[in-house]
Design a protein around this ligand. Structure first.
Ligand SMILES: Cc1ncc(COP(=O)(O)O)c(C=O)c1O
Length: 412
C-alpha cells in the first residue's frame, strides 16, 4: 500500500490479473541467450542471425528513397490485410518456379514467418489440442503454439529429417490422449532448424501419403530453402499436396530479418480465416516495408544477392565443419547441412550441454543453444547443441570451435 495524503492506494498485483494462458508463455531460450551475447567478447553460435556484412544496404537505401519519392503517399498509407498486390504477384510467380502452385489470392504477407506461426495457432489450436512435429523442432513454433495451450507429440529426426514412419503412432497417441485428431503436422523439410537435415523426395512423398491417409493439415516452414550450398532443389511438400499444406516463406534470411516480412501460402478457403486473425492482430503488415521489398524484387536484385549470400555461408559452413574435425573430441558427431544456417552436434552422454554452456562454454566466451530447448516435451537433446555458422566470420568460427573443443576434451 502506498499513502497518498490520507488515502491508502492499493497496489495492483499484475500477475493475478493475467489470463490463464500466460502460464504457458515462456521467454525464448535464444532471446535470453542473445542477452549474454551482447558482450562483444562472446563468440556466438547461438542465434540464427544472418551475416550483417551481406545485408543489401545500398539496394535497400535506393529502394527506400525511390519508394518514398515516387509513391510515398501510397507507401505510407494503411494497406489491405492480405498484402500489397504486386508483391503477392511476384511471390506467386517465383513460387511457381520453385514448384508451389500459388496464385496471388493464396498469398498473405505477414510480419515474418513468426507471425504466420502465431496466426496458425490462433485459428487452429484449442487448449489441449495436439500438434505433431519432429524432436528436435523449431523453438519459435513451440513458443508460439504453447501460448495457445497446445500439446505436442513428436517423431524422431534422423539424418533425413523427421522420421515419417512414426507419424501414425503419434497421431493415434494424440487421439487417445485428447479425444481429437491432432490439429496439424509441422515440418521443416529444408535445412532443418535446428538439425540441419534435409528430407529427401521419397520421404516427402511418404509424408504426403500419410497426411492424406490420416486427413492431416501440414504446415511446411521453409525459411532456408533458397540457401542451398550443394545439390538440387527438392519439390516442397506444398508441391505434392497443396490442398492440405500451409507453406511459410520469409525474406528474413534472403534479404534482412529487420524487415520483418514473411508470407503464408494457403488454400483459398483458409485465407479468409487468416485475414480475420491478422486483422485483430495488426490490421496489416507495414505498407512501406512491402513496397521496399517489392521494389528490390521487381528490379531483379534478389536472385544475385542470394547467390552472393550462399557463397559466404558455404565458406562459413565448410570452415565450421573443418574446425570441428580438427578440434573436437573423436566421440562427438555432427550433421552435414547442405544449406541453411545451422548444424546439430552430439557430444558424449557424460556431458549435459545445458550445464556445459553455463559452467564452461560461457567462461570460455562461446555461446550455443543447448539441444533440450528444441524438444517440445523436454525429453531429449541433453547431449546435443545447435551451432549457427552464418553470423561469425571464418576466423572467429575457428577460434570458437577450438575453444569449445578444448573445453569438451577437459570434460571427458
Ligand atoms: C524454422 C523457422 N521458422 C520461422 C522463423 C521466423 O522467421 P522470421 O524472421 O521470418 O519471423 C525462423 C527464424 O529463425 C525459423 O528458423
Amino acid at each position: 500500500m502506498k499513502k497518498d495524503l490520507d488515502r491508502e492506494i492499493p497496489e495492483l498485483n499484475w500477475e493475478s490479473q493475467l489470463a490463464e494462458r500466460t502460464q504457458f508463455m515462456k521467454s525464448s531460450a535464444i532471446r535470453e541467450l542473445l542477452k549474454f551475447t551482447q558482450d562483444p567478447e562472446i563468440i556466438s553460435f547461438a542465434g540464427g542471425l544472418p551475416a550483417p556484412e551481406v545485408f543489401p544496404l545500398r539496394e535497400v537505401e535506393e529502394a527506400c528513397s525511390y519508394v518514398v519519392r515516387e509513391m510515398g503517399k501510397k507507401a505510407l498509407q494503411y494497406g489491405t490485410t492480405e498484402g500489397y498486390w504486386p508483391l503477392k504477384e511476384f511471390l506467386s510467380d517465383s513460387m511457381h518456379k520453385y514448384g508451389i502452385p500459388a496464385k496471388p489470392e493464396n498469398v498473405l504477407l505477414t510480419n515474418g514467418s513468426q507471425q504466420a506461426l502465431d496466426l496458425i495457432g490462433r485459428i487452429f489450436l484449442d487448449p489441449g489440442r495436439y500438434v505433431l512435429t519432429g524432436r528436435p523442432t523449431y523453438l519459435g513454433a513451440i513458443q508460439a503454439w504453447r501460448a495457445y495451450q497446445a500439446k505436442f507429440n513428436t517423431m524422431r529426426v534422423d539424418e533425413q529429417g523427421m522420421v515419417v514412419d512414426e507419424i501414425e503412432h503419434a497421431y493415434q497417441k494424440s487421439l487417445d490422449e485428447s479425444g481429437r485428431p491432432p490439429a496439424l503436422i509441422y515440418v521443416l523439410p529444408n535445412f532443418h532448424n535446428p538439425a540441419g537435415t534435409t528430407m529427401p523426395l521419397e520421404r516427402r512423398i511418404k509424408l504426403a501419403e500419410i497426411a492424406t491417409k490420416l486427413n492431416l493439415a501440414v504446415v511446411e516452414d521453409d525459411p532456408y530453402g533458397q540457401l542451398r550450398y550443394e545439390g538440387k532443389d527438392i519439390p516442397p511438400i506444398c508441391n505434392l499436396i497443396p490442398e492440405r499444406t500451409i507453406y511459410l516463406g520469409t525474406f528474413s534470411k534472403t534479404m534482412a530479418p529487420g524487415l520483418r516480412l514473411g508470407w503464408i501460402v494457403a488454400p483459398e478457403v483458409l485465407m479468409k480465416r487468416f485475414v480475420q486473425a491478422k486483422q485483430g492482430c495488426d490490421l496489416h503488415t507495414g505498407t512501406l516495408v512491402q513496397y521496399i521489398a517489392n521494389d528490390i524484387c521487381q528490379r531483379g536484385i534478389l536472385k544475385p544477392h542470394i547467390k552472393k549470400i550462399c557463397r559466404v555461408y558455404k565458406e562459413r559452413r565448410d570452415t565450421m565443419l573443418d574446425a570441428l574435425t580438427e578440434f573436437w573430441p573423436e566421440e562427438c558427431q555432427w550433421t552435414d547441412p547442405h544449406g541453411g544456417l545451422f548444424l546439430w552436434a552430439r557430444v558424449p552422454d557424460s556431458i549435459d550441454t545445458d550445464r556445459f554452456l553455463r559452467e564452461k562454454a560461457l567462461q570460455e566466451k562461446v555461446a550455443f543453444v543447448p539441444g533440450v530447448n528444441f524438444y517440445p516435451n523436454a525429453d531429449g537433446g541433453n547431449h546435443a547443441m545447435r551451432l549457427n555458422f552464418s553470423y561469425a566470420p571464418p576466423d572467429v568460427i575457428v577460434e570458437g570451435i577450438k575453444r569449445l573443443g578444448t573445453a569438451l576434451k577437459k570434460e571427458l
